[in-house]
Design a protein. Structure first.
Length: 173
């Protein structure tokens, strides 16, 4: 099968770069040993995690995405912003958080079927930043959201998923 794909790619003057290719296994037998995939006498490596279009796809029974890298990018952005903002007001900081940091957590979030645990993880990440800006405890974040007219990030993701599904259903393809 791989040879057929390589032949077809060769017909349109393309070839696979085996040195940049990786394989991650997803499914019930993800941990079982399998034969190597060989292209041009070079083996493609099996990995536990691979990066594709900004997402880190994990080796697992079911399709899973790593939240670790999303959280790291979010906190790098937030910490950079927060350390340079000692003269900014809270509303300005919240706006900057929403504009510059939040997209790291929302990148393509509408197309992923999130588990409640993953949504809770994203909620905790975003709430940690809001809590630091407003200098409140986690228990008071609901009041803070009402006062600042913000929506919980898990609700934002669910809303974006609904819009995505509606667009997908109305698509003629």
């Amino acid at each position: 099968m791989v040879d057929i794909c390589c032949e077809e790619l060769g017909k349109i003057d393309m070839k696979l770069n085996v040195m940049k290719s990786q394989i991650v296994r997803i499914g019930k037998s993800h941990s079982k040993a399998v034969n190597d995939v060989v292209i041009s006498d070079k083996s493609i490596g099996y990995v536990n995690e691979l990066k594709y279009l900004g997402w880190y796809i994990l080796l697992a029974n079911v399709s899973r995405i790593s939240l670790h890298h999303m959280r790291v990018c979010f906190f790098q952005c937030f910490n950079s912003l927060y350390t340079k903002s000692n003269n900014f007001s809270k509303p300005v900081l919240q706006h900057l958080l929403n504009v510059y940091c939040k997209p790291y957590l929302l990148y393509s979030a509408d197309v992923i079927n999130w588990t409640e645990s993953e949504l809770s993880n994203l909620r905790f990440t975003f709430n940690s930043a809001v809590r630091k800006i407003c200098k409140v405890k986690f228990q008071l974040l609901d009041s803070t959201y009402k006062y600042t007219y913000q929506i919980d990030i898990a609700d934002v993701i669910k809303h974006r998923q609904k819009i995505f599904m509606l667009k997908l259903q109305s698509c003629s393809n």
